[in-house]
Design a protein around this ligand. Sequence first.
Ligand code: SF4
Ligand code: SF4
Length: 462
Amino acid sequence: MPKKYHIDTRPTPPRFTPIGKSGVMDWRTGCLRCKRCAKTTCVYGVYNLRTFNSRQLADSIDYYCKNCFRCVQSCPVGLITKTINPEYLEMGDTYWTPDIISSTWYQAETGKIPVSGAGYGGPFVGDGFDDMWTDMSEIVRPTRDGIHGREYINTSIDLGRKLPYLSFNAEGKLISEPPSLVEIPLPIIFGELPMGNLNETIYLAIAQAAYRLGTFLVVTPEEFLRPYAQNIIPLLSQEVLNRNLEWVHEAKIIALPHSETIKQSIERIKTARSEAPVLVKLPLTPKAKELVTQLTMEGVDIVHVYADTHGRELESTSPRFIKEMVMEIHLHLVEKHMRDQVTLVASGGIAMAEHVAKIIICGADGVVIDLPLLVALECRLCKDCLQGESCPVEIQDIEPDWGAQRIINLMSAWHGQLLEVLGAMGLREIRRLRGEMGRAMFYQDLEREIFGAIFGEKRGDN
Ligand code: SF4
Ligand code: SF4
């Protein structure tokens, strides 16, 4: 059994006061000057932690307050009021919601799984990943101590091709040559960032995190990344391939963007280094299913399919969500008896740990993430950088060590959540979760098969 995977976390406070969900307004007029002010009853000591950042005109109470309302209820003359912070509501967009951003900051700072003491207060169904529930039927079996302590739950995945069968000679000796596989301890790879005031330090932070976690960063290679070459999957355009093959000789896996000339590029790499798995980056368009099948037949080891940042299909007038598309590709490969011959990783709209588990249930082997890395570095997803404006959290000035630790903390929190999901399903191996659609319930199926028959179909349902 491989050694238990452990991630070293360290509290890594933000450099800027994060935007909190709700503020506390405490009026002075009418104050009775109680011997023990309601503010001193805060069990989280929020009023003691409170600082005012004059540069940002921000009060840190918004971020540290846990919204328990104790101080509000304890003031005898009702002078303490809580209000929703309008700046918080403006963060991100409809997909990358303020709650996702805020929870990512918390995980990047502490390395801990976010908990909501007041329980889940949101809706039970929504769009995208929110119309899918995972099976927690084994929740009583392994104890929490077991999941995070004594029991061994493996979150490793293999990157590369597997043989459809093994061949032996007359003497019973194995004659099939197994293709090289690269194992990573987490089903998560890092990808190129779609925005941000990006510079060397940001990518050095991500590459360092990939190195310390034992995973990879898929990126257009630059000379400054050379110290982390073993954890870089260089994304090589045809033009770079024609110029030099230095990265091809150095990297464990080589990535190519999908193009008309992909076959020639793969041949060029395989001639230079036959043992290195090749990853092809392919957009999730209406043609994706056929293209993945074709690439698998042509010997590609890993296909990275990507949707837009909201997980939507590209080049389509009625874009589908990534989970439906991955499910379709996976089932098509199963039907063609080719599923194990290729590793499928998916990106686009993977915003939380639960999305990793859900997309694996839909048939991916693992994920490639981008925006969560940026959010871990304090990004507010304000998109000011896309307009050429300055970044409110001066992301370009981070220290690589600080950034790497924030990403490591986030991955530790995600890893903990994956263990919880697997433990609750009674699984000890994340590889076994792939394509296990029976381990999930889908809202559309429940409506059609159960509730529709009793209460009538909802308008808009298929
Ligand atoms: S609402 Fe609760 S957590 Fe927030 S400041 Fe008041 S007592 Fe503290
Ligand atoms: S905080 Fe805004 S400006 Fe800074 S990197 Fe993030 S999206 Fe860009």
